[in-house]
Ligand binder design. Structure first.
Ligand code: BGP
Length: 462
């Protein structure tokens, strides 16, 4: 078979998951509550078909079978997250021995199968007690996070070499403080800015702590969802709108994490509108000195932007949307289930931007995937025929391949996600996995894409 797209030697093939979305056992193993457990208790109807995070895909009990499947489908790497409220119930203080035993078993099992674990510390799951103290609005919570990070490095750093401070830190800002799709459902841009700032500080402090551990061959990174911003036209107003959207939603985390400082234009905008966060002495140096080694790029969709047609009412509360409007590009390709545009070249544009403007930092695609509703419709002879997913992945991989040929420092590709899982407020609505999970029996079955991916990984290309 001819391989048209061959990837560099040692390329990382795998998938990503997060603790809350797969572990289940939310009330077992002495786990504390996080905001998702709590939000489901008080507002179950905010979740698709009223399904909460209690059981999810039951990885907690089935991790051996799952890791065996990862092996079977060609994973050489795998990203997971630690549940903060499982490792340290309540968010502060003593570690939970049952959690330590669980994560040790998972890590050891992965290593025994030659799958390198990539471990992320925070994937949207704030311990409830810390949220009640103000969550990321509180500087004391930043310190609690750093203590948690140190415990994780101390407990697992002898075996885990790739660490990540945060997954998509902009999402809790958008969901929890701007657009009302995560708890605590606040809509207030000033508070959102404070949350974003503290998260960036927490990440830099965790990087600083990581350096002190001197983990042999260890690398620390952050995972960002980058949504490249494309202007409707080249007229100055559209270009400006697109640049500002990029500042708010990409560069607000990318610049401090990789370059160690915020873009001046973003500071100016926030200052002009009285939105600057409260900072502390030494923060600037902290950011400057603690940039990441490695960048995970989650890519799902682009952002299409045009100039604001009507000036914002100066009496309405400040929002990023004061500066731009979204528009739907005519003829765009869509994932109709999720309502997201599919634009494969976006991955290439992101990588070229990292090459040109971010020192060609070592990176990888840490999430990319396609959620599909009612996927059992595609069941034939006991297997889901997800040709659309194979097409989705391979079209993105072609662009990634091109970026690598042009000198980008991209080292791998992780699909979202390993198996169908529970997703935030959408619960089990959209299925993303290589492995199908029966929500009731928890039975696992490989989809067609899983077999395809195994081949890709084995041949290091397709
Ligand atoms: C990313 C998250 C994942 C995952 C994925 C798919 O933003 O890191 O946790 O959920 O998106 O999105 P969704 O589940 O909302 O369809």
């Amino acid at each position: 078979m001819t391989i048209n797209y061959k990837f560099p030697e040692g390329f990382w093939w795998g998938s990503a998951t997060s603790a809350t979305q797969i572990e289940g056992a939310a009330e077992e193993g002495a786990k504390g509550k996080n905001i998702w457990d709590y939000w489901y208790e008080v507002e179950p109807n905010r979740f698709f078909e009223d399904v909460g995070p209690k059981e999810t895909s039951d990885f907690y009990h089935r991790y051996q079978e799952d890791i065996q499947l990862m092996k079977e489908i060609g994973h050489n790497t795998y990203r997971m997250s630690i549940s903060w409220s499982r490792l340290i119930p309540g968010g502060r203080g003593e570690v939970n021995p049952e959690a330590v035993a669980f994560y040790n078993k998972v890590i050891d099992e992965l290593l025994a199968k030659d799958i390198e674990p990539f471990v992320n510390l925070f994937h949207f799951d704030m311990p409830l007690e810390l949220q009640e103290e103000g969550g990321w609005e509180s500087r004391a919570v930043v310190d609690a996070f750093v203590d948690y990070a140190k415990e994780a490095f101390r407990l697992f750093g002898d075996r885990v070499k790739k660490w990540f401070t945060f997954n998509e830190p902009i999402v809790p800002v958008e969901g929890g403080y701007l657009y009302d799709f995560h708890y605590p459902n606040v809509v207030d841009a000033k508070r959102a800015t404070q949350v974003a700032y503290h998260t960036a500080i927490a990440s830099a402090k965790a990087v600083e702590a990581f350096r002190e551990f001197e983990i042999k061959e260890g690398k620390i990174g952050i995972v960002l969802n980058l949504t490249p911003s494309y202007p409707r036209s080249n007229n100055p107003a559209d270009l400006r709108a697109s640049r500002i959207a990029d500042l708010f939603f990409n560069r607000s985390f990318l610049d401090p994490a990789v370059l160690g400082e915020y873009p001046q234009e973003l500071i100016n905008i926030l200052e002009e509108h009285g939105q600057l966060p409260v900072t502390e002495k030494g923060d600037k140096e902290l950011l400057k000195q603690n940039t990441v080694d490695l960048l995970g790029v989650n890519y799902y969709q682009p952002r299409r932007v045009k100039a604001k047609e009507h000036l914002p009412n100066p009496y309405s509360p400040f929002m990023p949307e004061w500066f731009f409007d979204h528009y739907e590009m005519p003829g765009r390709k869509m994932n109709v289930y999720r309502g997201w545009e599919i634009y494969e070249k976006g991955i290439y544009d992101i990588m070229m931007n990292l090459k040109e403007n971010y020192g060609n930092i070592e990176s990888f695609v840490s999430e990319n995937g396609m959620g599909v509703q009612d996927e059992h419709r595609f069941l034939k002879d006991g297997e889901i025929q997800d040709d659309y997913r194979i097409e989705f992945i391979s079209e993105h991989l072609k662009w990634l391949h091109k970026a690598i040929e042009e000198g980008c420092n991209a080292k791998g590709y992780h699909m979202w996600t390993f198996m169908d899982n529970w997703s935030w407020s959408n619960a089990y609505k959209n299925r993303y996995g290589f492995v199908s999970v029966d929500v009731k029996t928890k039975e696992r079955t490989l989809k067609k894409s899983a077999h395809w991916f195994k081949q890709v990984s084995n041949q290091n290309g397709f």
